[in-house]
Design a binder for this molecule. Structure first.
Ligand SMILES: *Cc1c(COP(=O)(O)O)cnc(C)c1O
Length: 229
């Protein structure tokens, strides 16, 4: 299993490099968040040994169980699932980045917990670019309102936008979704003066297209850890 992960890691990093070079980007500017949701702590340890430092998780209870034992201080846990307001206190000690800020009501709840613990939190605004009903995230039109709220919350640091593309869509559809997120980011930067350097987009099946369209954070899971049960 360990050798499989190391093999996968090599293939993954070669794919990232090739995609970046195709569009004249520096592969070093692309952060890989290894999506370890549903995989055991041993898989995280193996990925850490292979050089990964950022891990994506989507369930609060799973995070508390998996990271109960001490872990290296340079591990970053990115929350990539929907966060309920009543779980904020439980997850805050583990979370380095909230990639899925998807509604105004989360902002004040996060702000007050962060004040209590004297912390700041990096957040990405999750945008439902494709408009699929089952997907979380604000619409393209609502993104500005949510960003304005975040900019009023001194403990929250908005660092960019995140999206999920429709599953199994054709390449051109994926490209449109990713480039739409990039254009929205550019528009929001212009309109508010806020710096939003990060674009989190691309999973195992579509991260190369996402990189070509400007992703700075990709979120592969299966291509590193193998299939989830
Ligand atoms: C599960 C998940 C991923 C990883 O998906 P893979 O297909 O395993 O690469 C990435 N982002 C989010 C938000 C996810 O929920």
């Amino acid at each position: 299993m360990i050798s499989t992960l190391q093999d996968n890691a090599i293939v993954l990093s070669e794919r990232v490099q090739r995609a970046a070079l195709r569009v004249d980007r520096d592969p070093e500017e692309i952060q890989i968040v290894a999506v370890s949701k549903s995989f055991p702590r041993a898989a995280i340890t193996a990925a850490y040994d292979a050089g990964f430092r950022a891990f994506g998780e989507n369930r609060v209870q799973e995070i508390r169980d998996k990271y109960a034992e001490p872990y290296p201080a340079d591990i970053e846990i990115h929350m990539i699932g929907s966060l309920q307001t009543n779980k904020i206190a439980q997850i805050l000690p583990y979370m380095s980045v909230l990639q899925t800020l998807d509604r105004v009501t989360l902002v004040s709840a996060l702000q007050s917990h962060l004040e209590k613990t004297d912390r700041h939190l990096n957040v990405l605004i999750q945008v439902n670019v494709s408009g699929e009903l089952q997907k979380s995230g604000v619409s393209l039109n609502e993104a500005r309102t949510l960003l304005d709220e975040v900019l009023q919350a001194p403990r929250l640091r908005p660092i960019g936008l995140m999206t999920m593309a429709p599953f199994g869509a054709h390449e051109q559809v994926l490209r449109d979704v990713f480039s739409t997120l990039r254009i929205l980011r550019n528009d929001l930067q212009q309109a508010t003066g806020a710096a939003l350097p990060q674009l989190s987009m691309g999973m195992s099946d579509d991260f190369e297209i996402a990189i070509e369209e400007g992703a700075t954070i990709i979120r592969p899971g299966r291509s590193l850890f193998g299939d989830r049960n």
